[in-house]
Design a protein around this ligand. Structure first.
Ligand code: NAP
Length: 213
């Protein structure tokens, strides 16, 4: 798959490394093109001079920028995103006032409103970058919950998640991004409160096959 990753920080680098290892063709962008080049060298990806250049022929566009930069990035790309699958990996984080984040909205739905002709999918935001680089804990593949309203777009992201080592789980419509964003915040809060080492990931225990009568 041709994958553009906007953001070449912790998450951009982690996903780029996993994706190139899985055989995907990855193009990275950053605010500062030198950061994209540096990340691309480290992950066997390509670097683009701008986000616009990165998304040109991408099948998946991963948004791996700070949540407060999302409007700006989506605004600049605007029509370039029409018909594209956008994977929203972002989180609003406010450990001092979690209620401010848990306000019944989601960034993913906001992006969908801003880019109505794109197909927005929420995924990976609940995983730490270290787990996006290596989605295993004690030999168990972590779950990648994938939420979106467009079935075809969601299938693409589920396939991508599986290719990089997650167990893919269809988490329902894009509104479920609210739950996925809350899961990220819960995991972050647990690390901070308990002084844990930021290595936990989400795995749903129990059978997931269809019930047979
Ligand atoms: N870190 C984690 O473990 C983790 C896990 C799950 C989700 N997330 C979420 O994922 C997102 C990225 O996190 P991160 O830790 O990777 O952040 P980060 O290390 O700070 O990287 C952010 C990247 O976004 C780029 N960027 C900022 N504004 C931009 C713009 N206008 N156009 C293009 N690129 C722009 C930055 O470019 P420059 O390098 O040029 O500054 C940088 O490469 C955040 O929303 C975060 O909440 C993080």
């Amino acid at each position: 798959m041709k994958v553009a990753i906007i953001g070449s920080g912790n998450v951009g680098k982690a996903l780029a490394g996993s994706a190139t290892r899985a055989g995907h063709k990855v193009t990275l962008a950053a605010k500062n093109p030198a950061h994209a080049e540096e990340a691309a060298r480290a992950t066997k990806a390509n670097a683009a001079r701008s986000s616009r250049d990165a998304v040109q022929d991408a099948e998946l566009v991963v948004l791996a920028v700070p949540a407060d930069k999302v409007d700006e990035v989506v605004g600049v790309l605007a029509a370039e995103l029409d018909g594209k699958v956008i994977v929203d990996v972002t989180n609003r984080v406010n450990p001092k006032d979690p209620g401010q984040v848990l306000d019944g909205s989601s960034t993913a739905e906001r992006i969908q409103k801003q880019a109505p002709k794109a197909h927005v999918v929420k995924a990976f935001n609940y995983a730490f970058a270290s787990k996006m680089a290596d989605p295993k804990v004690d030999g168990t593949n972590l779950d990648a919950f994938v939420a979106g309203d467009d079935q075809e777009a969601k299938q693409k992201v589920l396939a991508f998640a599986e290719s990089i080592g997650f167990r893919p789980v269809d988490a329902g419509p894009l509104a479920m991004a609210r739950a996925l964003e809350a899961m990220a915040l819960l995991n972050i809060m647990l690390q901070i409160q308990n002084n844990w080492p930021w290595q936990s990931g989400w795995k749903l225990a129990g059978p997931t096959g269809s019930k047979t009568v």
